[in-house]
Design a protein around this ligand. Structure first.
Ligand SMILES: NC(=O)c1ccc[n+]([C@@H]2O[C@H](COP(=O)([O-])OP(=O)(O)OC[C@H]3O[C@@H](n4cnc5c(N)ncnc54)[C@H](OP(=O)(O)O)[C@@H]3O)[C@@H](O)[C@H]2O)c1
Length: 447
């Protein structure tokens, strides 16, 4: 079993690396808010980054935001720089878990993962870049297993609501699905579920910080490399039981949510698929088929989106175009991303919602003989996605590792949230902290 205890040489349960970043600051506040949820009601933690001065300011600001007299006496500071491997090793030796908020991960992430694996620290990140996440799995999974450490990517808004939401929907599908399926020599029980629809709605009074914009710009610029990386895994296609999920078009009007909808471009589909592969390989279960779409509103928004999309695809291919995109995020994203990020007031007025529309088979229905005859709809909803929901998800993921080590996979490795947390109470923890998972019995549209 993986080590989750502190010791005299490894004094911190958590080290927040990149604490001085826009997101890091909010992660620090969330850790400070939840110290009583640590092992035995206590959490020993430190902040880390490349500037001691900035880290002192972060602790001061967090104390102010939480109306605490101060944090400096209970929280230590570690100076570490991605460009200095010895400083990373020293940081990782002192931490049970490193919460890594330094991105874009494609530029800064790998040395931190490497240092964690080599020095026995678990690693949780907020990455929404499939190329980095899948690359870490390819390169570090077996070393992480040997060392007994969990490297868990995408533990923020990307992709905990989607990944855990799919597992939640599958598990709520009780009484409808169980059928037996014979495949070669193996006879196993299947839970056949096809998620036909995912909807994301965001009441968004604000914007997203530039750090995420940069990750997106460089991620899209490099998207062809993802295909060659995937070929190296040599994966077989995931098995399909029952009807095959029909892919919807690039733009369509959704009757379910009564607005125009496009395929969701973030990391969720990649993360969910990796979890479903884990479900097949480790638990011999039938995977959920999954498609992710985002509601974009009416015709006015579509015109804006098409204009922004064409400019983005054109500019992202060239280095001068990428420089322009990075320099003027507000202009090129129609105000969705900005260098200043949202204000606290804007965050308070924002929320997100995912709806999962699933279809599956009742006991009487043989999946090979007809269409799905059971339906389910679930919701995952929560506060502002980037800097409220994301820190909650990241910190609760870390607390789950610390408090529920017996419910984690037996061996270490590079995992998705769904793979590592499927048997834990992470969903209950998120529910308590305002990211709510619920089942809806009606098929009525969401407003
Ligand atoms: N999954 C999600 O839903 C989600 C949500 C929010 C953010 N994110 C991701 O989180 C990442 C950070 O975003 P952000 O907006 O917080 O960015 P940011 O404000 O630019 O913060 C970047 C952080 O990285 C640190 N850093 C940069 N180079 C470093 C180095 N060589 N050594 C040590 N630290 C270094 C910076 O330190 P200095 O302060 O010293 O410059 C800063 O603390 C991005 O990848 C973003 O996509 C994901």
């Amino acid at each position: 079993m993986a080590c989750v205890e502190t010791s005299s040489s490894r004094p911190y349960h958590l080290v927040v690396f990149g604490a001085s970043g826009f997101t890091g600051q909010f992660v620090v506040e969330e850790v400070a808010r939840t110290v009583s949820e640590g092992p035995k009601g206590n959490l020993k933690w430190a902040v880390a980054g490349r500037s001691r001065q900035k880290l002192e300011k972060v602790l001061e600001q967090a104390a102010g935001a939480l109306s605490k007299p101060e944090l400096r006496t209970e929280v230590d500071i570690i100076v570490a720089d991605v460009g200095e491997p010895d400083s990373l090793a020293a940081m990782c030796k002192q931490a049970v878990i490193v919460l890594n908020c330094v991105g874009p991960y494609r530029f800064y992430g790998e040395p931190v993962v490497k240092a964690c694996v080599e020095n026995g620290a678990h690693h949780i990140d907020l990455c929404g870049e499939p190329q980095f996440l899948e690359g870490m799995q390819l390169n570090y999974d077996s070393q992480a297993a040997e060392k007994g450490v969990y490297i868990v990517g995408s533990c923020g808004f990307d992709s905990i609501p989607a990944d855990m939401g799919v597992l939640y929907t599958r598990d709520q599908f009780k009484g409808i699905i169980i059928s037996t399926c014979s495949k070669k020599e193996n006879l196993f029980f299947t839970k056949t579920l096809i998620l036909i629809y995912i909807y994301m709605k965001s009441t968004f009074g604000g914007c997203i910080h530039d750090g995420t914009w940069q990750s997106a710009v460089y991620g899209f610029a490099d998207s062809q490399k993802l295909q060659s990386l995937r070929r190296k895994f040599n994966h077989k296609p995931l098995p399909v039981v029952g009807s095959k999920l029909k892919r919807r078009g690039a733009l369509f009007y959704s009757n379910e949510i009564q607005q125009y909808t496009v395929p969701f471009m973030g990391s969720d589909p990649s993360v969910v698929k990796r979890t479903q592969r884990f479900v097949v390989e480790e638990h011999q279960a039938t995977p959920v088929q999954y498609g992710a779409y985002a509601g974009v509103g009416g015709i006015g928004n579509i015109i804006k989106m098409m204009f922004a999309g064409i400019m983005f695809w054109f500019l992202v291919k060239f280095s001068f175009g990428r420089n322009l995109l990075i320099k003027y995020p507000e202009f090129f994203s129609f105000g969705l991303f900005s260098k200043a990020g949202p204000t606290r007031k804007q965050m308070e007025g924002s929320s997100f919602q995912f709806a999962f529309y699933g279809e599956g088979y009742t006991e009487e229905q043989d999946p090979s003989q007809g269409k799905p005859n059971g339906k389910i709809r679930t919701l995952v909803q929560g506060p502002e996605c980037g800097y409220v929901a994301t820190p909650i998800a990241m910190v609760q993921a870390a607390l789950t590792i610390l408090n529920e080590s017996t419910a984690l996979p037996k061996k270490g490795g590079v995992y998705t949230p769904g793979a590592v947390f499927a048997k834990t109470t992470l969903i209950d923890r998120l529910n308590k902290h305002g990211i709510q998972f619920s089942q809806k019995n009606t098929q009525s549209g969401l407003r």
